[in-house]
Design a protein. Structure first.
Length: 214
């Protein structure tokens, strides 16, 4: 368990979910954590970078995690994706549907580089759930490097019970990303309240659905 997982665990450990979604799985650190925390749940992870997807697929299969090579946004289609690559050639953690800012690229030059954009397949949550006949999501983790509002726009009528979302200072790292205050207000209009917002600026926020759409 890493430090951030330890921060959130008291708020989710008793959730006992049936269906868990995680967007932006990267190296499956959190997917594997959820598998251990909730051994009976259906753990569904999504990674848009095709090279990274191929790397982690065997690990997902070994741990009974359903892994698909999709990005998520407000609509289905083919979209631009801006990858990052660590200096050892392994895909980096800063890939996004948004282009990285010059400041972010400069700050990361000793850790990772940012090659030319690639095309990836994008889904909306609404269409994906319709395809797989999913009507309820108990827990959703959104780690999508700046495009949280676009993912929210693709919900349709789906309202996960609890959402964990990365919202901290993405606006300084990616062109077109929204600041945390905007996302807090946006998701509140969808019927969510903040369950836990860590004082650690590098940590995510937990939102709980209260059943009231404004």
């Amino acid at each position: 368990m890493n430090r951030e997982q330890a921060l959130f665990e008291p708020f989710i450990i008793d959730l006992n979910p049936n269906i868990v979604f995680e967007f932006g799985s990267y190296d499956l650190t959190d997917g594997l954590y959820y598998r251990k925390l909730w051994p009976n749940a259906s753990i569904n992870c999504f990674e848009p970078n095709p090279e990274l997807y191929k790397t982690i697929l065997p690990l997902a299969r070994k741990n009974d995690i359903f892994l698909l090579n999709y990005a998520f946004s407000s609509r289905d289609g083919i979209m631009d994706f801006y990858p990052s690559v660590k200096h050892d050639g392994v895909p980096g953690p800063s890939g996004s549907l948004l282009k990285q800012t010059d400041g972010h690229i400069e700050s990361q030059k000793f850790f990772q580089t940012f090659p030319s954009l690639i095309k990836v397949t994008c889904r909306s949550i609404e269409s994906f759930c319709k395809e797989y006949d999913i009507t309820t999501i108990d827990f959703m983790h959104i780690d999508v490097e700046g495009v949280v509002p676009d993912v929210l726009d693709g919900f349709g009528k789906i309202r996960p019970k609890i959402i964990r979302a990365e919202v901290h200072d993405r606006d300084s790292l990616f062109h077109g990303a929204y600041p945390a205050r905007f996302i807090h207000a946006y998701i509140a209009k969808m019927g969510y309240k903040i369950l836990f917002n860590s004082p650690n600026r590098s940590a995510d926020t937990l939102y709980q659905y209260d059943g009231n759409n404004s």
